[in-house]
Design a protein around this ligand. Structure first.
Ligand SMILES: [Mg+2]
Length: 188
């Protein structure tokens, strides 16, 4: 199957690096558990999370790490003969595109070139399954009648227990960690 893989929050632990950077720069003490949603205002001179993310991506002194199990996850999906494409809503500017391409190349399994699609509408991308951490994106994708695996993170954990959401569609699956993601996909 063709599987779309979101980058941030799924393979790239960007939020930990964003927290490190704002803590260093502004002498605050954010942890990933403090980040609950994308449009959250930070308690720093009007700085938004969106801006903090962009600043971090363009700061060579701060290099986000992949989640420790992400490499195994990508490799297993490839081994199962799925074809993968990274789908990201990171801004489509030349500098962000370059940073993203370099990061994905460095952290993908060797000799594998996983294409990258930058888009604000992941539902439009012709993939069979999406692996995603943003709950709104996941809901939109599920409405197209395709399966979405929601990677459980601190900012979406509450939805994993939301029975109304869980029962409203057979297309949304929650998975904590890459091993569970693989198991969910194997079950489809
Ligand atoms: Mg994401």
């Amino acid at each position: 199957m063709k599987i779309g893989v979101d980058i941030d929050g799924v393979v790239c632990d960007l939020i930990t690096t964003v927290c490190q950077r704002i803590n260093d720069k502004y002498e605050v003490m954010y942890t990933p558990d403090d980040i609950q949603e994308w449009h959250q205002p930070l308690c720093i001179n009007g700085l938004t999370l969106e801006q903090a993310v962009r600043d971090t991506l363009l700061d060579d002194n701060y290099r986000p790490r992949p989640y420790p199990d992400a490499w195994m996850g990508l490799k297993t999906l490839l081994y199962r003969r799925h074809s993968l494409v990274f789908i990201t809503s990171r801004k489509d500017s030349a500098d962000i595109k370059k940073t993203t391409a370099l990061w994905c190349m460095m952290h993908s399994p060797p000799r594998v070139d996983i294409p990258i699609i930058h888009t604000n509408n992941k539902s439009e991308v012709p993939v069979d399954i999406l692996i995603e951490d943003n709950i709104d994106t996941a809901k939109d994708f599920a409405e197209t009648g395709r399966h979405v695996i929601v990677m459980v993170r601190p900012w979406n954990e509450k939805y994993a227990w939301d029975k109304d959401l869980y029962l409203s569609t057979p297309y949304i699956h929650f998975a904590k960690g890459w091993r569970r993601v693989i198991a969910e996909i194997d079950d489809l």
